[in-house]
Write a protein that binds this ligand. Structure first.
Ligand code: MGD
Ligand code: MGD
Ligand code: SF4
Ligand code: MO
Length: 857
């Protein structure tokens, strides 16, 4: 296929993509991350690159402006703040979705020219605990292994990772490896049962933050069962005795049964080739760094690190989380894995940058940075490629803090985001497909993102915008012509890493052709893994085992856990554009245990309000035994753009890990109760809706928009209510109001075509959502459509399971009933699961659910 080779802009798997300007998207069969595979989000990239909703020109105080004025204003306001209040009165808050080149110049500007380290990134919310844990253990922030280890392992332990939904292509690689070698074992450790659990031989439903207790217990068990690699410890590891002594607590504090613990320990102890994969269930915790070290301790004590099929493996979330760490993106790091606290390192970086000044101390970490905004200490703030008014804990206070900064700049690709809505200046960036640069994935592989579309209107690449501002502030050192020039300078500076005995030396890439650059893993000398033979980066060359003790668990009514959906990316600014992706789970929801729901008097699909100390949110109840009693789970994706009350971080508390500063967004202590409403509604419309009701959530459909709504008292005029909600003034309305049941149905018809449908009821509206959406624009007689039922010639496919081929649950149930009782057979019958495979765990679960049991003979 012809097209441009680039890299997916979503998760840290870093899949190679072949894309064309016509919007065709295919997996790159030659890319070592995915060998041609893509997940549902990657496959739908073509549907999210249109210009709908894009920010296409700079905006100053709400009015369109030219670049010259915008750059002038930004440069002069930052310069004035620095002049009047010092360098630490300004701050940048950036993103693991920036390309390495963008990240490099942002750091250079703040740390080397402004002279402050007040540049932090959303990686603080994501990878900071892994970074801190790596540095404590290895003396460097380095992931030892490669993706192949996941295929070569005999045991994969997933800790706090919903890999099936969040790193789907790695999950598919593991599933394929297990298919080929069924003796491979998988253990999933998560307080919640997830799609990832379907592949697991053992699901350990750990208590929230029980991980340190569990892995401390494992260390004891390894010691007691003669399973240590004493010669590795003697030669390469410090701190064993102290770590073991600290590990003497009770593993029952993990919340697991003695039998579960014994089985897990026996499996780990008896299997040499173990990879422990961990993600946000580990990092996003007040004990996040300790969890990382508790896991690494077990690998160091057994020498199971850096060898094929063995090692601790922190998978990165964002496409360039790793690249950001390489260029020193965090407030407490310097470029090239050098240390901000080390004056020799600072001096060397300053002279490599030939810069006038240099930060002298670490800057503010994300949560503290926004607190400083609230406290009036930050006079100018620049937010790039991230949406903190949604994604930081205590989000309402963060929004207020941003508002409190005298001058705020936001660079984004979208015109409206919750953070952009608070900005004084909006700067339009080129997005994926329009810009050039590099990203580094979870296995340290650097790949190119390449443009295959022209830059729309006056949008500019992020690195260019940052350099324009730097130059206007009067700084030399930013006169790059292309992203390739920035990359070349960055690569040249990595010689410092080598000079100081660090591991990030990319100088072998000097002079490579940026245009034809093929994916390359570092170190670039061909060595695939780190640490099999020791050679750690502490001054004595040894690793450190860290003495860690389990945290004391805080009391509270409910533990609010938060995370991700399969088909949405973070704050939905891109994935929210795809009707296909939106169909999987279309509104903010909370998973709640049936006993808790019953105690609250909450029935299926009613609404639950979650109260944090500083804010609240209202969510659709998804009653499920996948969460333990006392636990709630809600996704982080919904923003005020789709749902005024669905931003879960409004209720999430801003507690952080003391070592890494990473917020503990998986364990807020909250209250929750039923949200009593008088009526529930559902609407589909050809028009864009902004319903603004006590509860509402909008989503894109194949024919327009849908909205879930609820109200505190019935309106006087249902037709008017329907027209207001569906943003449909014109056309005739057919209204049915059943006084006995309270059910309301309104169809609005113009020129014999249905333009809007509205359903309301005193209980949650039962109507086939996707089917209703397909009626918009059709000339089906309004009243038949109003029945909300489905005629024989238009079967309702039901809620979407396979987003690639739009296959619904009803279609799958039919196929299973007709004998398609394996995932492969379902694929043949319906196509479901045959493209990206992200829905295979759900297909398997449906087969279990709908298969007619065969009577025992
Ligand atoms: N579809 C999709 N994929 C994504 C993203 C996305 O937005 N959408 N975002 C990307 C990014 S940036 C990231 S960081 C990754 C995140 O990838 P993951 O970390 O896999 O995703 P999460 O859903 O945040 O959390 C993982 C699991 O941690 C569990 N957990 C909560 N508390 C604990 C605990 O105390 N102990 C243990 N052991 N587990 C716990 C949660 O129940 C949850 O299932 O995903 C990346 N991939
Ligand atoms: N409660 C809770 N909160 C969490 C988490 C959780 O699990 N639970 N997870 C945390 C984690 S791990 C992460 S990574 C964060 C993610 O949180 P955010 O980074 O805030 O979320 P995104 O939606 O990815 O924001 C990216 C923004 O950049 C814009 N954008 C896209 N492309 C470009 C570009 O090329 N240039 C520019 N300038 N802008 C662009 C998008 O439109 C969007 O507004 O959320 C964190 N928050
Ligand atoms: S797994 Fe999916 S989201 Fe992640 S890089 Fe690959 S295609 Fe993109
Ligand atoms: Mo992340």
């Amino acid at each position: 296929m012809t097209g441009v080779k680039t890299t997916c802009p979503y998760c840290g798997v870093g899949c190679g993509v072949i894309a064309s300007a016509e919007g065709t998207i295919k997996g790159d069969p030659d890319h070592p991350a995915n060998y041609g595979r893509l997940c549902s989000k990657g496959s739908a990239l073509g549907e999210t690159i249109d210009l709908d909703g894009r920010l296409l020109a700079p905006q100053i105080f709400g009015s369109q402006a030219g670049w010259n004025d915008a750059i002038d204003l930004v440069a002069s306001r930052f310069s004035a703040a620095i002049r009047d209040h010092g360098p630490d009165s300004v701050a940048f808050y950036v993103s693991g979705q920036l390309l390495t080149e963008d990240y490099y110049v942002a750091n250079k500007l703040m740390k080397g020219y402004i002279g402050s380290a007040n540049i932090d990134t959303n990686s603080r919310l994501c990878m900071a605990s892994s970074v801190a844990g790596h540095k404590r253990a290895f003396g460097t922030d380095t992931v030892p292994g490669t993706y192949e280890d996941l295929e070569e392992a005999d045991l994969i332990v997933l800790v706090g990772s919903n890999l099936a939904w969040c790193h789907p292509v790695l999950f598919q690689r593991i599933a394929a490896a297990k298919g080929a070698r069924p003796q491979m074992r998988i253990v999933n450790i998560d307080p919640r049962i997830t799609a990832t659990s379907d592949l697991a031989d053992m699901h350990l439903q750990i208590q929230t933050d029980g991980d340190v207790a569990l892995f401390n217990g494992l260390l004891q068990h390894l010691a007691a069962h003669d399973a240590l690699d004493q010669s590795y410890i003697d030669a390469h590891v410090n701190g064993f005795d102290a770590a073991l002594a600290a590990a003497q607590g009770d593993s029952a504090a993990s919340g697991l049964t003695a039998e579960e613990i014994a089985q897990f320990y026996a499996l780990w102890t008896g299997t040499q080739k173990v990879v422990t994969v961990y993600s946000q269930g580990v990092n996003q915790s007040t004990s996040g760094t300790d969890k990382v070290n508790a896991i690494i301790n077990c690998h160091l004590a057994t020498g199971r690190i850096g060898k094929p099929g063995m090692g601790p493996f922190s998978v990165t979330g964002q496409p360039n989380a790793m690249g950001g760490r390489e260029v020193g993106g965090l407030a407490n790091m310097l470029a090239n894995h050098l240390d901000i606290e080390n004056p020799d390192h600072r001096d060397a970086v300053r002279s490599a940058w030939n810069s006038p000044t240099m930060c002298t101390k670490p800057g503010l970490k994300a949560v503290d940075l926004f607190q400083a905004c609230a406290d009036g200490k930050i006079k100018a703030l620049w937010i790039i490629s991230t949406n903190p008014a949604v994604s930081l804990p205590d989000a309402d206070s963060v929004a207020a803090a941003i508002n409190n900064v005298p001058f705020t700049v936001v660079t984004d690709i979208m015109a409206r985001t919750d953070t952009g809505d608070l900005a004084d200046v909006l700067l339009p960036a080129t997005g994926w497909g329009e810009k050039n640069g590099t990203v580094t994935n979870s296995e340290r592989r650097i790949s190119r993102q390449r443009a295959f579309l022209p830059a729309p209107a006056s949008a500019r690449p992020d690195w260019k915008i940052i350099c324009d501002v730097a130059q206007r502030m009067g700084f030399g050192g930013f006169d790059f012509e292309t992203a390739g020039d920035v990359f070349a300078e960055y690569v040249a500076t990595t010689k410092l890493s080598q000079e100081f005995g660090k591991d990030l030396d990319l100088t072998a890439l000097e002079g490579v052709d940026y245009e034809s650059f093929a994916p390359v893993q570092w170190p670039v000398d061909g060595k695939q893994r780190f640490f099999a033979d020791g050679a750690f980066y502490h001054p004595d060359g040894k690793a450190r085992m860290i003495a860690v003790t389990p945290p004391t668990l805080e009391a509270g009514t409910f533990t609010l856990n938060t995370g991700r959906n399969r088909d949405q990316w973070h704050t939905m600014t891109r994935t929210g554009k795809s009707a296909r992706l939106g169909a999987h789970l279309a509104e903010p929801y909370v998973e709640i245990h049936p006993d808790d729901a019953a105690a609250m008097g909450v029935d299926t699909a009613e609404l639950v309000t979650i109260y944090g100390p500083k804010g609240k949110g209202t969510f659709r109840a998804l009653i499920s035994t996948n969460v333990a009693q006392g636990n709630l789970f809600a996704p982080l994706h919904w923003t005020r753009q789709q749902s005024a009350s669905g931003t879960v971080n409004s209720a999430v508390t801003a507690r952080t890990d003391p070592t890494s500063g990473q917020p503990a967004t998986k364990s807020s202590r909250v209250d929750a109760s039923k949200c009593h409403v008088a009526w529930y509604g559902f609407a589909v419309s050809a028009a864009a809706m902004e319903p603004s009701r006590p509860y509402h959530a909008i989503a894109k459909t194949s024919t327009g928009w849908q909205a879930e709504v609820a109200g505190m008292k019935p309106p006087r005029d249902w037709e008017l209510e329907a027209r207001n909600i569906t943003a449909t003034e014109r056309g005739d309305a057919a209204v049915m109001h059943d006084a006995a049941t309270g059910d309301v149905r309104v169809a609005i018809i113009e020129d014999n075509k249905i333009t809007a449908l509205f359903f309301a009821s005193t209980s949650p509206v039962v109507v086939a959502r996707q089917h209703a959406a397909t009626l918009i624009g059709s000339d089906v007689a309004g009243l038949a459509a109003l029945a909300g039922r489905v005629s024989a010639d238009m079967p309702d496919p039901g809620a979407t399971v396979c987003a690639c081929f739009n296959v619904g649950v009803n279609t799958l149930r039919d196929a299973i009933g007709k004998g398609a009782t394996t995932v492969a057979a379902l694929g043949e019958a319906t196509c479901a699961g045959t493209n990206c495979g992200s829905c295979k765990p759900e297909l398997a679960a449906l087969i279990g659910q709908f298969q007619i049991p065969v009577a025992a003979e």
